[in-house]
Write a protein that binds this ligand. Structure first.
Ligand code: AHR
Length: 486
């Protein structure tokens, strides 16, 4: 066998935080209006939501969804989006140069989350908004005392608090494209002051700091200042990235795993270093608050990305990395969930599941409770700046209930199957292995409104016993093996 994967069920890295299967919905082009909320569609329910979109999202089992942006959050004033719809002001959105009717706001989003079976994660405006507005939003959502703010919520039909647990303070504040760009010093101060009053309103909330999206020049300084100044408030540092294959170079695109690894290991090291230096014991996790492939679209013009098979392989590599870094990556949010750079695309009378939908669904469904420290070796390739990259990209998890091993394998070869021996160091395969494969005729295969099934999942079952399983992973594929072990 040319490739070998060694699995030891006793060799666990960390418990998996299911929040790595999070999503992100922004007021941007057709994500909210014309996607999630589409009163003009014949499919819409009485509140303008699309049950078909909700059903598709439920398949992804997202534990939380970040909202309302993104860049949009830096100019958003939440009061515009509550109360009687006909009285809400239309506003000029400077992030995407659009008019927002504000017909969809906090209460609609919470209702949508309840239908999807997910938790809301709200991002407060740290661009042209202030602390008072941020703390009032926490009170509107979570307050229980009888105040003018909680009365507003009750008047709007919500007696019980929304109990929003996750709160981001600002978005991509390190980018000059942001309304209210901040230097590392300015943001560390703003995060501390916003966070302080928000936690005073509700001490149970978890705070997410906008840390890195620019990846150049001040990465270390931003992480250092946040931890030095606000370690007692800070639950997550939020980092963002998007990859592309503008050069149409498959091999180079397949090495994004190396960049992901470099960035996660780098940020982990920075957090550990500052904590060591400052004798800080409190856990500070990483949230990858936006990740995906973006390059065919003009986001400003609302052009929608149509994903192909190679993008699905990149999505799978993200999940493999998040599993391998389970100790520190405690949240990740695919950007976004509907229409704009999303696994689901809609038209007025239906939807299509994009290629990236399928790895998301498989990982979210079969990921176990504990990440395994899987070791693998075998064939390599070169791409972009990298040499000696393993053709297989692998991660593994274990679920105690049912003694279930899940192995996630991406074969990055364009044209060769990867013949592989999988060896269990402890335990034995208990008879049956379910094999789920995402693949398509070629790496450029897309699912479109006219041809929605070019890329999908095939399922087979193998009989397997003993401590070795021999597999042939097809070219350009994602395979999820689910095996009972004894
Ligand atoms: O997801 C689209 C945009 O990309 C978000 O608004 C922003 O945060 C990022 O730059």
């Amino acid at each position: 066998m040319r490739n070998r994967i060694y699995v030891n069920l006793e060799n666990t890295l960390a418990a998996i935080d299911r929040n790595i299967f999070g999503g992100f919905a922004e007021h941007m082009a057709r994500c909210i209006y014309g996607g999630i909320y589409d009163p003009e569609s014949p499919l819409a329910d009485e509140r303008g939501l699309r049950p078909d979109v909700i059903a598709a999202l439920r398949r992804l089992r997202m534990p939380l969804v970040r909202y309302p942006g993104g860049n949009f959050a830096s100019g958003y004033h939440w009061r515009d989006g509550i109360g009687p719809v006909e009285k809400r002001p239309a506003r000029l959105d400077l992030a995407w140069h659009a008019i927002d009717s504000n017909h969809f706001g906090t209460d609609e989003f919470i209702h949508f989350c309840r239908l999807v079976g997910t938790e809301p994660f709200l991002v407060v405006n740290c661009g042209d908004g202030d602390m008072r507005e941020a703390r009032d939003w926490v009170e509107y959502c979570n307050g229980t005392a009888d105040t003018a703010i909680t009365r507003l919520r009750r008047e709007n039909g919500f007696d019980a608090p929304h109990n929003v647990r996750y709160w981001g303070i600002g978005n991509e504040v390190d980018g000059h494209w942001q309304i209210g760009y901040k230097t590392p010093q300015e943001y560390a101060r703003a995060f501390t002051e916003f966070g302080k009053v928000m936690k005073w309103v509700d001490p149970q909330i978890k705070l997410v700091a906008s840390a890195i999206s620019h990846w150049e020049g001040d990465v270390l300084e931003r992480i250092r200042l946040l931890i030095e100044q606000a370690s007692d408030l800070l639950d997550y540092v939020d980092i963002h990235w998007y990859f592309n294959n503008r050069a149409d170079d498959f091999a180079a695109f397949m090495t994004v795993s190396e960049t992901i690894e470099e960035r996660l290991a780098g940020i982990e090291g920075m957090i550990r270093g500052v904590k060591l230096d400052r004798r800080i014991k409190r856990e500070i996790a990483i949230a990858v608050g936006e990740w995906n492939v973006v390059y065919r679209t003009d986001l400003d013009k609302g052009i929608e990305e149509v994903y192909n098979l190679e993008d699905a392989l990149v999505a799978a590599m993200h999940f493999n990395a998040f599993i391998r870094h389970a100790r520190t990556v405690r949240m990740a949010n695919i950007a976004q969930i509907v229409n704009m750079i999303a696994p689901i695309r809609t038209h007025k009378e239906g939807l299509v599941l994009q290629t990236i939908f399928y790895p998301f669904e498989l990982y979210s469904t079969h990921c176990g409770d504990a990440a395994l420290d899987v070791f693998w070796t075998g064939e390599t390739f070169s791409g972009g700046e990298h040499t000696g990259v393993r053709v297989l990209d692998v991660a593994g998890t274990y679920r105690e209930a049912g003694r279930e091993l899940a192995l996630f394998v991406v074969n990055r070869s364009r044209d060769a199957a990867a013949e592989t021996a999988i060896k269990l160091a402890a335990g034995r395969l208990a008879g049956k292995v379910d094999v789920y494969t995402v693949n398509g005729s070629d790496i450029k295969a897309e699912n479109t409104f006219d041809a929605p099934d070019r890329v999908g999942v095939s399922h087979t079952t193998l009989a397997a016993a003993g401590d070795t399983l021999e597999m042939s992973f097809p070219p350009h594929s994602v395979t999820v093996l689910v095996a009972q072990v004894q």
